[in-house]
Design a protein. Sequence first.
Length: 72
Amino acid sequence: MKKEIPGITDRMLSKELRDLEVNHLAKRTVYDSVPVIVEYSMTPYGKSLESLIDELRDWGISHRKKIIEKNK
């Protein structure tokens, strides 16, 4: 996940994942292996936000185009 988010520190990523877990948006699974593997996945509750996030993304793209056109 860290590779997908340029510039995020280990500390910030851990904090954000912990917040998602506390709010029941992500599930943390620890595998008893060497080295220990930790996996995060979306909960069904977290997945309920997908349509809202898609709408916000679409609005952001539209807004950016509007602002860029205004500044030409």
